[in-house]
Design a protein around this ligand. Structure first.
Ligand SMILES: Nc1ncnc2c1ncn2[C@@H]1O[C@H](COP(=O)(O)OP(=O)(O)OP(=O)(O)O)[C@@H](O)[C@H]1O
Length: 343
């Protein structure tokens, strides 16, 4: 792809704060590309610098070095009105809109196009209606903004950004206040917008699992001011994903693609056999108790799990002895009993 069609680009960008004449660089030497049609999730532990980078890219915080280009033009050369036609921002903590209705807030997204009288043209109405439909906020329009729930307000802010009709949309934690179905819906909506409307969307989030499943690219901020960018699967397989969130008490399991709370601390390992879904949950139960999994089929400790007529049962082969149980709880109790009596 021709680099001229990049939606946003940074070259050796440093972000951070100037305090009493001294610079505090939060992240440096960032050379990043954001293409039209791409959904990029910005991830990192608390305090790693996601908001700082987001605010710098949005022109709300001056960079400490390097360059930011929006469709090939330097951010610092763009007048505020020009920037507002290129890039919209949804920040979680900003809503200084007084006593406006939700519909009026969405219409504010057209400010860069309406001139100082603020009169809405046909094209403005078109974009407002499209934004209402895309964000699914038609039922909120007459409500006062203070009366909305956090989740409803979040969708409304997305609608305002969509009404602004920019090529780049930056969202700081857009799923923060949403429940699980709404988080999934919001991520799906952003995914669709990127793909179908060729928007370049960058969002920061703590939803690691959703980001892994939805993003075209992850930008992973490390605690040391570094940033690793790449396809989610590349960053999992090269260890960058786990390294960004390394902490005590949990680890990232590449096989299941999830963070696990428990490491094996028990010497007992089991070989598992059965339908993958049943093996998966049996493994989860064993790992929760600190047992390990063996890949050897001839292991002395084996568990086979089966489903017959919607009844589950587990056959535990314990060094040649066989036990049959009908629930996961019974399986764990049987193992515990056998382990205790063999000690
Ligand atoms: N206004 C400020 N002045 C000086 N330092 C700041 C300021 N705002 C944030 N910081 C510091 O910059 C670093 C990055 O903060 P930032 O808010 O960007 O992290 P974050 O990744 O968004 O965190 P979180 O996940 O907790 O929202 C932190 O060490 C923070 O203390």
């Amino acid at each position: 792809m021709n680099r001229l069609s990049l939606a946003l680009e940074t070259r050796q960008l440093s972000v951070g704060y100037r305090q009493k004449g001294a610079e505090r660089i939060v992240a440096g030497k960032l050379s990043l590309d954001l293409w039209p049609g791409q959904l990029v999730c910005l991830l990192g532990a608390n305090g790693s610098g996601k908001s700082t980078l987001m605010r710098t890219l949005a022109g709300l915080l001056p960079g400490l070095g390097g360059e930011i280009l929006i469709r090939g033009r330097h951010l610092t050369d763009l007048k505020p009105a020009e920037l507002a036609k290129e890039l919209s921002v949804v920040l979680t903590d900003r809503l200084e809109t007084g006593n406006l209705s939700a519909g009026e807030v969405i219409a504010l997204g057209r400010t860069p196009y309406t001139g100082w009288l603020g009169r809405l043209s046909e094209s403005d109405h078109y974009h407002i209606n499209l934004a209402i439909e895309q964000a699914g906020v038609a039922s909120l329009l007459t409500r006062k903004i203070q009366e909305l729930s956090d989740g409803e307000r979040q969708k409304l802010l997305l609608a305002r950004a969509l009404a602004q009709d920019t090529g780049v949309i930056l969202l700081d934690e857009p799923t923060a206040h949403l429940d699980l179905p709404n988080r999934v819906e919001m991520m799906g909506l952003l995914r669709e917008l990127a793909r179908d409307s060729s928007k370049a969307i960058l969002l920061s989030t703590h939803e690691l699992d959703l980001a892994l499943q939805s993003a075209d690219q992850l930008w992973l901020m490390g605690k040391d001011g570094s940033l690793a960018a790449g396809a989610p699967e590349d960053l999992v397989l090269n260890g960058a994903f786990e390294a960004a969130f390394a902490g005590s008490g949990f680890y990232f399991d590449q096989l299941s693609g999830t963070f696990m709370v428990h490491r094996t601390h028990n010497l007992l390992h089991f070989a598992l056999a059965g339908e993958p879904r049943l093996v998966f949950w049996t493994q989860r139960a064993l790992e929760r108790k600190g047992y390990g999994i063996s890949l050897s089929k001839n292991h002395a400790l084996r568990i086979a799990v089966q489903e017959e007529n919607q009844d589950l049962h587990w056959i535990l082969d314990w060094k040649g002895q066989r036990f049959s149980v009908r629930s996961m709880e019974a399986l764990l109790q049987q193992i515990h009993f056998l382990a205790e009596s063999t000690d």
